[in-house]
Design a protein around this ligand. Sequence first.
Ligand code: PEP
Length: 258
Amino acid sequence: MRTPIVMGNWKMHGGVSEARALATAIRDGLKRPRVEVAVCPPFTALGAVAEGLAGSPIGWGGQNCHWEEKGAFTGEIAPSMLTELGCRYVLLGHSERRHLFRETDEDINRKVTAALRHQLIPVLCLGETEEERRQGLTFTVVEGQLRTGWAGLGAEEIARTVLAYEPVWAIGTGVTATPAQAAEVHGYLRGLVSELASKEIAQSLRILYGGSVKPENAAELTQEPDIDGSLVGSASLQPQSFITIAKKSASKGGSSKE
Ligand code: PEP
């Protein structure tokens, strides 16, 4: 049985005091969550969020990291800087990083490898654009992103990762993939995990869905056997919405597809 994860991506929203207030409200609203819950605030707020969430069941993570340990990389954050602040997760390959900041699959692979070296759980984000879906390229695109994003990893390392299927056309648009559309891609990805790692790892690896998840659609998405929780953008900035999403994403049984 896989424990779902509900993860908030706060993107570039909130200074230290707003982040502290948001983290506190989420902590107070989710004292005993039935799923794993984490938030990814902006880097400058990580210290305050870590203080506010310490001792609670809510985890936290970074929204990105560099692959090098240190050096002349102005504006970048090393994985060890995240672990020092108690981060458990790091989002990698988010579509905004891929499209706005031109991150390649090779860059993302270096980041995934570096994150694992520092005992962070990389949440590798994958997803097709609207045009790619229209052209029938969804599986080809996510497969390429996965194969290159995980290149060089052994099965034991793959087992320490999380995937997030985030169709680009659903991110920040208010348009959510239907449970059937999402489930189809999740099933495909789980089959690939089986090929790239093992059947057992494919059964235990969490694959989150992201793209306009809201309190109204969280339950039906996570009812799908291969959807193991969600990566939530805008709704994670409203504590009540995020808390409701977490409450509606309760644990459920194993995968249907292999
Ligand atoms: C995201 O940025 O990862 C995301 C899923 O955003 P939203 O929920 O706003 O679509």
